[in-house]
Design a protein around this ligand. Structure first.
Ligand SMILES: *[C@@H]1O[C@H](CO)[C@@H](O)[C@H](O)[C@H]1NC(C)=O
Ligand SMILES: *[C@@H]1O[C@H](CO)[C@@H](O)[C@H](O)[C@H]1NC(C)=O
Length: 140
């Protein structure tokens, strides 16, 4: 419990430190944008549509494969057309994070299996926040 509180406190401290000033690390700066945009997106949806499950990639430690995968899922999902503006901003920040972290998604996704399970979009959004925080703390 104390460990969790410490982790949360340091996450908050990190956000407070990095949010008002653009971080010198562009990848980390993108992560904060991603978290902000997810919160905006989340207000636009209830559990109204399903997307490919990414739980396995979260459990694997939020590595590059996670970010490449969610970027693809969101970019390609047609339901997102209805909320185009929010979607595009989130996709743009994910793309920026991928670029700034020098990930080659073509390469990375070769080793990522397609999941046969679907989950509500809100679960995916939660996982994006979870993994962005984890990456932001440098926990891999
Ligand atoms: C990424 O990987 C693909 C496939 O291995 C390769 O063809 C491509 O040139 C790479 N892109 C960059 C920007 O390195
Ligand atoms: C999204 O909204 C739901 C319902 O209001 C909330 O329970 C959930 O924690 C929110 N998720 C994120 C990632 O903000």
């Amino acid at each position: 419990m104390e460990m969790i509180i410490l982790l949360l406190l340091s996450a908050v401290a990190q956000l407070v430190v990095t949010a008002p000033h653009p971080s010198t690390d562009p990848a980390r700066f993108s992560l904060n944008h991603i978290i902000e945009e997810v919160h905006k997106c989340n207000k636009t949806f209830a559990n109204e549509f399903f997307v490919e499950d990414v739980e396995e990639l979260v459990d694997a430690g939020c590595k590059d494969g996670f970010f490449c995968k969610v970027h693809n899922i969101l970019k390609e999902h047609e339901k997102f057309e209805e909320t185009k503006k929010d979607k595009l901003t989130l996709v743009r920040h994910l793309k920026a994070y991928i670029t700034n972290s020098n990930m080659n998604c073509t390469e990375v996704l070769k080793t990522v299996k397609k999941s046969t399970v679907s989950r509500p979009i809100t679960v995916l959004l939660e996982n994006i926040v979870k993994c962005s925080r984890r990456r932001n703390l440098g926990v891999k």
